[in-house]
Design a protein around this ligand. Sequence first.
Ligand code: 13P
Ligand code: SF4
Length: 335
Amino acid sequence: MSEPAANSASELYEHFRALDDPARYTPEACASLAGTIEAIRRLKADRRAVILAHNYQRPEIFEVADFIGDSLELARQASGVEAEVIVFCGVHFMAETAKILNPSRTVLLPDLRAGCSLADSVTAETLEDRKAELRRIYPDLQVVCYVNTTAAVKAVSDVCCTSSNAAHIVAQLPTNDILFVPDANLARHVQSETGKNVIAWDGNCYVHQQITPEQIEKVRKHLPRVKVLAHPECRPDVLALADAVLSTSGMIRYARESEASEFLVVTECGLSDRLLLELPEKTFYKSCKLCAFMKMITLEDTLHALEEMRFPIELDPDVAAGAERALRRMLEYSA
Ligand code: 13P
Ligand code: SF4
C-alpha cells in the first residue's frame, strides 16, 4: 500500500508542480484539496475503509488511495482486503469486480455515472446469440471477456482477462478458436501474439481509438530517442509504432526500469500524471486523451461516499457466481 505523498496545502502545491498544470493546481485549489484530503483520511480510519484507485484517476485521488494500480492489480488487491469498506475510485466494472471477489465487504463507487462505454458495447444476450452461432462452426470455441465488461457478460464467458494477461491467458486455453469481447484492438493484438484464431467483437475504447499514428510519428520525428509506450486498446497502426505494448502498470514498471529517459505515453492522461509525480527524474511526453468516465470520480464525491456510505455495489447472486467463475479462472491462469 502506498503512503500519502503530501499533507499540508503548501506540500501539496509543491508536489503537484511536477504536473506542470499551474492553472489547475493553484495555491488556493491546493489549500481546498488539502482540507478534503485530511477529512477523507480521518473518515477512512473511522469507517475501517480502504481506498483503491485506478491509474487513470485524478492526482488528488492518488493522495488518499491506499493502493493504485491497473485492473489486474486492483482485482487481486480487492480480493485480499480485510477492512470492512472498499471505496473504489475507478469505473463501475472495476468496483463490481471487487465486490464479486470479496463479497462480504461493502464496496462503494463514489459516482454511479462512472461507467465504461467499451463495457457497454456488449450485453449478455447478444453475446449468448453470437456464441451459439459460432459454436456451430467451432464446437470447442471459448469465450474470453476483457475485464471491461459487466458482471452479466462475465457470467456467460469462459474466462476473463485484463490488458496485462490477455495473450498469456488465450495462449493457455485448450482451443485454437476464441471469441474475444468486446475490444477489437486488444483482440487483434492477442491474435498477433498467440497466432490463434481470435474472433473479435466490434467494440473499442473511445479514448484510445482517438489516438492516430500521425500523432506518434510527429513526436518521433522531433524526439528520435523517445520510447513509445502504448496501451493495447490503441489501434493496430498505433501499436505498430510502439516500443512496448503494456497495461497501465506495465508502463510504469517499464519506465522505472528502463535506461531510457524520455517516454511518450500513449493512453489516458491520468497515467502520465502518475508518472510525472512518481518519476520526476525522467521526461514524459503526453499523447493522451481524457476518459470522461474515470474523471467523474472527484475528491469531494469520495468524501461524500465515506460520509454517507454511498453508492454500494449490489449484484444478483447468480450473476455474481457466474462472473466469479470467469474471474477466478483468470486469476488461476495468471498466477
Ligand atoms: P489497465 O488494466 O491496463 O489499467 O486498463 C484499464 C482500462 O480501462 C484501460 O482503458
Ligand atoms: Fe472504458 Fe476507455 Fe475509459 Fe478505460 S479509458 S474506462 S476502456 S472508456
